[in-house]
Design a protein around this ligand. Structure first.
Ligand code: GLP
Length: 247
């Protein structure tokens, strides 16, 4: 595991974008595993800036996203497909036909998940998987207690996650209660993992994930077993790890 420290959110965004760019430059037809959430927004903005300067070419890149809310269409401004279009895909020369997000409108969960696993398999495997982390240590939508051996599956979101997402919807009724997410098995199959974390609200989850016991109660703790894990985090997110003298 390698940990890179950023001064602040912007610094973390730039460092993570540098790592992602290096992947694209070294392997122009890379398969990128992408993530949503507020954490990677600055990193995507940096990638768009470098693309506009002519430093990056996404024309051969394939992407597979971690998760999507069940019931939301790609046109819904709260869907993760919409997020990806807005933050990255609409601004770079990626072929949209090669950008994959689970199909939120597929009501048959088994079908949606089997289809997505097949899509991932057909890409030949993820070269670099980007991850944010939930305050409770969740990755993608693999909430505490999720089985490590699962591939893409449908999850009931926890109360804390539903509440955290509520700010993006007009009423509690509209907040999705389920999502399709890559499982831990899919995530661990990526050749490289890039985990980003910023802010004090992530300090405990980051400490537990990187230095605590490996347990499904802290889904990100499985990352300790990944052979190529890079963490980019700001001082706030690393504060507990520093306090314990581990960095
Ligand atoms: C959601 C997403 C995760 C993300 C997490 C943290 O639950 N499914 O992929 O890592 O939120 O979000 P944020 O980056 O906004 O803190």
């Amino acid at each position: 595991m390698t940990i890179y420290t950023g001064k602040d959110y912007q610094d973390v965004s730039r460092k993570a974008a540098n790592i992602m760019s290096a992947q694209i430059i070294m392997k122009p037809d890379a398969v990128l595993g992408l993530a949503t959430g507020s954490t990677p927004v600055g990193m995507y903005a940096q990638l768009v800036e470098w693309y506009k300067k002519g430093d990056l070419d996404f024309s051969k890149v394939t992407s597979v996203n971690l998760d999507e809310y069940k019931g939301l269409s790609g046109d819904n401004d709260q869907s993760y497909r919409y997020f990806m279009n807005q933050n990255l895909f609409d601004h770079v020369n990626i072929d949209k036909e090669r950008t994959f997000v689970p199909d939120g409108l597929e009501e048959d969960s088994d079908k949606a998940c089997a289809q997505y696993n097949e899509i991932i398999r057909k890409t030949g495997g993820v070269d670099m998987q980007l991850l944010g982390i939930g305050g409770n240590g969740h990755i993608g939508f693999n909430e505490p207690g999720a089985a490590f051996e699962k591939e893409t599956h449908c999850v009931d979101l926890t109360e804390s996650t539903i509440k955290a997402n509520a700010r993006f919807f007009e009423s509690m009724d509209e907040v999705p209660k389920q999502a399709y997410t890559m499982g831990i098995k899919n995530i661990m199959a990526a050749k490289k993992i890039l985990l980003m974390a910023t802010g004090t609200s992530k300090a405990e989850a980051l400490y537990n994930s990187l230095y605590g016991p490996i347990t499904p109660n802290v889904p990100a703790s499985i990352l300790q077993l990944h052979p190529d894990l890079t963490v980019v985090a700001d001082e706030d997110a690393l504060s507990l790890i520093r306090e314990k003298g581990l960095l």
